[in-house]
Design a protein around this ligand. Structure first.
Ligand code: FAD
Length: 359
């Protein structure tokens, strides 16, 4: 079988020497958990101990993110791990010895009784899609891990297109499930002017519309770097603003908290725009008002060409796993799940009750 992954993450367990035990990977969830909101007030919370030294000595208790989201007592801190080389080491390691074709933009996914054909246009060095330079990849099956935002966009008639179109039950679930937005502004300074004994501090805005704007600042390194988070409607609104305006707004918030200890501007800054990114179109899935957890299962379900028995289109990604959506480990687990499903469908499952009876 010539299997094809449009993009997936699966099967990698980092070795111990690549993981630090005092990191902040789970910070975001911890931050959500603090959940205290008082208009115009600054809310601070050390997620993982009261000092950097304290964090280094602490041996975190293993626990799941799901458990953490349920809310736990102050003394039960979540386990946190940090990849020394950054999260990028996960896909880099997974990609070793695989035929990964970068700069190939999927335009069309055709599927039928005999297999799949994926038409890809080349991405130029200027990040333009060159539709004159198209290559086609043929395979028995396709494991589609396009983000939910891109799948939603494809339903509007834009690329990537599916031929035949995705069945209605799949399209309805793609429409129902929400795909939110979360942006970050990384601010580098020449000195620290905030209290580094905490890992984060919060800020609440005056209006509902702006409540997600720079509602949280992370201080996750010893270096003088802050990461401002922009969520909800504000995340979409700031994408239309120029970088210097967004940075000025960050600095205004910091000045309102720390007064004249704040420098006039950062030495360097970087702003994300996930909604505008044509390869993301948002950040991650959520259960919108008209959706339920079942929609994650529907998004995971493979598609069988009309009149056939065997599926040709399989789906993985954070939006296909109801237990761990919106996470890297959810995406990874969904890839493993689909690898197993494809193996079961095309090679047979040696551990199934039928196989055991036959043996
Ligand atoms: C700001 C932010 C912070 C986060 N923090 C955390 C965290 O601390 N911990 C955590 O666990 N998770 C976190 N997440 C969530 C996590 O990053 C995602 O849930 C996870 O990356 C989803 O993986 P995926 O494989 O489903 O999708 P993606 O990682 O989005 O992969 C989809 C791939 O498809 C490619 N693609 C899209 N369109 C095309 C096309 N037409 N042709 C070819 N390729 C295409 C994209 O380039 C991309 O490589 C965060 C997300 C955001 C936005």
């Amino acid at each position: 079988m010539r299997g094809l992954c449009v993009h997936t993450v699966c099967g990698y367990v980092p070795s111990r020497d690549r993981v630090e035990s005092d990191g902040m990977v789970a910070l975001f969830w911890g931050a959500l958990r603090t959940g205290r909101r008082r208009s115009g007030r600054v809310v601070t919370q050390a997620v993982n101990g009261s000092s950097t030294e304290g964090r280094r000595r602490r041996r975190p208790t293993p626990r799941s993110v799901e458990h953490d989201k349920q809310g736990v007592g102050q003394d039960e801190r979540p386990a946190v791990r940090r990849f020394k080389e950054g999260y990028g080491i996960v896909p880099q390691t997974l990609a070793q010895d695989l035929d990964i074709r970068l700069k190939h933009v999927v335009r069309l996914i055709k599927y039928n009784a005999t297999g799949v054909e994926i038409a890809c246009a080349k991405l130029t060095d200027d990040s333009e899609v060159d539709d004159a330079d198209v290559s086609t990849i043929r395979a028995d099956v396709c494991l589609c891990t396009l983000p939910l935002g891109v799948l939603k966009h494809s339903l509007t008639g834009d690329s990537p297109k599916f031929e035949p179109a995705l069945p209605d039950w799949k399209a309805q679930a793609i429409r129902r499930l929400g795909f939110g937005n979360l942006n970050k502004v990384v601010l580098c300074f020449d000195r620290v002017f905030w209290d580094q004994t905490g890992n984060l501090f919060g800020h609440t805005n005056e209006s509902t519309l702006s409540r997600g704007e720079m509602f949280l600042f992370w201080s996750i390194y010893d270096a003088p770097v802050l990461i401002a988070l922009i969520a909800g409607q504000s995340a979409d609104m700031v994408e239309k603003m120029a970088d210097d305006i967004i940075i000025k707004r960050c600095m205004a918030v910091l000045t309102s908290i720390f007064g004249n200890t704040v420098p006039p501007e950062p030495t360097e800054a970087m702003v994300t725009r996930w909604r505008s990114d044509p390869f993301a179109r948002g950040s991650y899935s959520y259960v919108a008002t008209e959706a339920t957890g079942d929609d994650y299962d529907i998004l995971a379900a493979p598609v069988v060409p009309t009149g056939q028995d065997l599926p040709r289109l399989f789906f993985a990604g954070e939006h296909t796993l109801r237990n761990y959506p919106a996470t890297v480990h959810g995406a990874l687990l969904s890839g493993l799940r689909e690898a197993g499903r494809i193996g079961d469908q095309y090679f047979g499952c040696p551990y199934s009750p039928i196989a055991l009876e036959e043996a």
